[in-house]
Design a protein around this ligand. Sequence first.
Ligand code: ZN
Length: 500
Amino acid sequence: MSHGNSNSRRKTPPKPPAWRDDSLARIDFHGAAGKVTGSCYLLSTHDTRVLIDCGMHQGGKQDRALNSAKWPFDPQHLDAVVLTHAHLDHCGLLPRLVAEGFRGKVHATCGTCDLAEIILRDAAHIQESDAKHKSRRLQRAGRPPAVPLYVMRDAELALEQLEPHEFGEFITLAEDLRVRFHPAAHILGASHVEFRIRDVKAERSVVFSGDIGRVGQPVVPDPQPPQGADLVIMESTYGDRDHRDGAATLDELADSLSRAERSGGNVIVPVFAVGRAQELLHAIAMLEQEGRVPRRETVLDSPMAINVTDLYTRNPSCLGETTRARLQGEVPALMPARLRSTRHWTESAELNERQGLTILSASGMCDAGRIQHHLKHNLWRTDAQILIVGYQAEGSLGRALVNGAKSVRVMGEEVRVKASIRTLGGFSAHAGRSELLAWIEGTGEPRARVVLTHGEPSQTAAFAEELERVRGEAPIVPELGDRLFIPRSGRAFELESRRR
Ligand SMILES: [Zn+2]
């Protein structure tokens, strides 16, 4: 706002929001619009500004460049951050937000807070070591060193701002805004978040789905539907298809492990250290107990996955019943018989010389971490198998492998792809199309207005079509930077393009 005081040298105050007369609040889409990573939404009422998720952008170079782009809001003017869950693409930029001035609380479930501690420390460590490696190369070429997105100290400061909560408990963020968490399956602590926004004239319920998990996942409780919501901002990662069923996936896993036993080669499984690694171990153990696969040496080669497995025992309220019973000793814990955890880097490096192993390692999309070593040492071998058990974003090394690349660049080296690459579809921690539909149909009457985000454009478009067919109303599909106004009543949610 200008008061004509052109001599003023003070910092420019934040731009006043462009409110519409009848609007109660608004949402700015700063991430995961037209793509699946970088989740970040700004919910603003007339008095309060809350960021929902602060995720890292993953995938190709262009996506990663967004991680260091200027914030489209002032971190100092945020009142709070609310996290749906602790995956890096939902919380990975929090340390940067704190480093650039955010001083409020970060609200999340107990499980999410504990996981975030592991994940953000790991991310800071990767940032520091990547920058160090790059800098050596740059400095040899006489160029300035690389700057990490953030360092360990930033992550530690961000962790100090975390405020843990139980599912179902209402938290008052401001006079006009409350929030509570509901189970979403997916991973430990994952939630959909329900906001109650009110002023003197109205109260409305707005839900952010986070990542919606699946009914019957082995480790976490089933997702709850967003009951009574007026507006639901919903993910659509797998909006175009259903996953292969669990039994068929277990058959394929059994086939791979048996084949590997015959050929003597390694089975390399890129896993997300959080959730997927634990579910895979559970599946391998189940097959072993049923006598369907040989008891091969299984290596969990990810310090983070090892820590996460330990963590599950501390968060019983975030776990599904079967797992809870197992941890409390009523059912034997399911882990592969010959499981080895390699925490130290040197133990991991020794694996490069070995054959006949099943190695679970991160990152899940093959873009960083120890998995790169295992790919470098195994992709060229005809007797090796690479099992893809998770989502591979466009532009990632994992996606190139799924797409059948004959040769790929790994750690600066060209490597021929001779190993067999197999995709096991049933391990997803994301709801497939029918499960997404069942979830949103659980809102009850009157039906919520739906906004679709967090999907590649073709998947979102396919799910939008399906929603329109089933519900008789097309969902709203925002682009990055768009703004949605929430009216005090009715269904006229207006989307405004902010692109210049
Ligand atoms: Zn997730």
